[in-house]
Design a protein. Structure first.
Length: 294
């Protein structure tokens, strides 16, 4: 069987969306190199269908982003290797923050003292730690959950992960010391993948996943995380704010530099102040707290 690589040039505003699409379409991981996203298909019908679906999906994205240029895709027939397995070579153990290690199941890793190892297979749901928005969230979760467990005051024991995808952020919170974690996602495949990853990481007694719409949740949480996109985050501002406990934290990611001001304003209207922001490449993650709760 011959394999074909499809490399798509993706501006930051739509990169995460295209990554998600290609992962779901091919049922394989993808490779990120700057603004290029590369997926792998078998030659023939599979690559043709993938390219057709990708072109249509990109047209839909152009409706949401009028300034988005025309799609640019580079195709390449690959040598006679088994690329159904070779793509896995792009995913190695990844150290994030101080003590978080994200690794695929086929790689071995001997953790150092204090390190927390998360096993995540890049499969049918987004979230391997390689995207800057996910990595930023992991760093903040480590800071908030780990530090709160070591200090007197208000520990972070409950976490809500909105748009959980592979479950990586909620799993990190559970392994770092949270006692109750809920991951929400509207994609049935993401729910299935997240449940597999909960069992793989031994946190199914702490974390659960659900397709319950955010606005129907009654519980409040010490830490609420939303690694989505700025427009979606703005639309969900009221529901996200309502789920944060009076002394809780709110982490928002998947935001481009030029979108931060608008996002912050959306949550100021719900009595939140921005405490700090982190950046990686063009992406931002921001940490907020209710006014008067610094």
């Amino acid at each position: 069987m011959k394999w074909v690589s499809l490399s798509v040039w993706c501006p930051p505003a739509v990169q995460e969306a295209v990554v998600n699409f290609l992962v779901e379409q091919t049922k394989r991981g993808v490779q990120l190199e700057g603004e290029w996203v590369t997926a792998y298909c078998s030659e023939g019908e599979e690559v043709q269908v993938c390219l057709q679906q990708l072109t249509q999906y990109y047209r839909d994205l152009q409706q949401l982003h009028p300034n988005l240029p025309e799609i640019e895709v580079a195709q390449k027939v690959l040598p006679g290797e088994d690329w159904s397995e070779t793509w896995k070579s792009f995913f190695k153990p990844l150290i994030i923050g101080k003590n978080i290690v994200v690794k695929p199941t086929w790689e071995t890793y001997e953790p150092k003292p204090g390190q927390v190892v998360i096993e995540i297979d890049p499969g049918r749901a987004f979230g391997t730690g390689k995207h800057p928005s996910t990595a930023l969230c992991l760093e903040i979760i480590e800071l908030i959950v780990s530090e709160s467990s070591r200090k007197k005051g208000d520990p972070v024991t409950s976490v809500l992960d909105v748009g959980t995808g592979s479950g990586i952020l909620g799993i990190a919170a559970a392994l770092l010391g949270a006692r109750r974690v809920l991951g929400l996602d509207i994609d049935p495949q993401a729910i299935e993948v997240a449940e597999e990853n909960l069992r793989r990481n031994g946190v199914e007694g702490i974390m659960s996943v659900s397709s319950t719409p955010l606005h129907r949740l009654d519980e409040i949480y010490d830490l609420v995380i939303a690694n989505l996109t700025a427009p979606v985050i703005n639309q969900m501002a009221a529901s996200l704010s309502r789920c944060v406990s009076p002394k809780g934290w709110l982490v928002l990611s998947g935001i481009l530099n030029e979108q931060m001001e608008e996002v912050v304003k959306s949550f100021q209207a719900h009595y939140f102040n921005m405490i700090e922001s982190w950046s990686s490449e063009e992406w931002l993650a921001i940490l907020l707290k209710r006014k008067g709760r610094a």
